[in-house]
Design a protein around this ligand. Sequence first.
Ligand code: SF4
Ligand code: SF4
Length: 129
Amino acid sequence: MAVYLHADSSKCSGCKACLVACSLAKFGVNNPKKARLAIIPKFPAPGIFEVKTCTNCGTCAEVCPVDAVKINEKGAYYIDPNECIACMACVKECPEQVIFTHPDYPVPFECDLCGACVEVCGPGVLWIE
Ligand code: SF4
Ligand code: SF4
């Protein structure tokens, strides 16, 4: 069974600390728009958030035409920027919509199970197993 980043959305307060931690860990900037997980507010319900994470389903690796999606030592899929041709097939096909893009970065990016988000989440929404 795949190891992946689990989320219990019922505990999420929507504080976005995980998104900040992710962008800091992976890009060295405080910018939730560069995070590799997503917090979706469920308006109009107040205080309800859905946390979207990579479930390691492997679809991104299957659809990549140049085999740029690889598996790291933790068992997580990641995009090798040296091989990616930015065709966006993986972005389109990810069932969880957790492959992200940003104008500052030429290729898409996804969670590689670094765990930075887990460490900062006060309510214990996130865990890796
Ligand atoms: S990024 Fe999306 S398609 Fe790739 S393994 Fe994770 S959930 Fe599946
Ligand atoms: S955007 Fe890059 S990683 Fe994604 S499918 Fe295309 S070549 Fe592969």
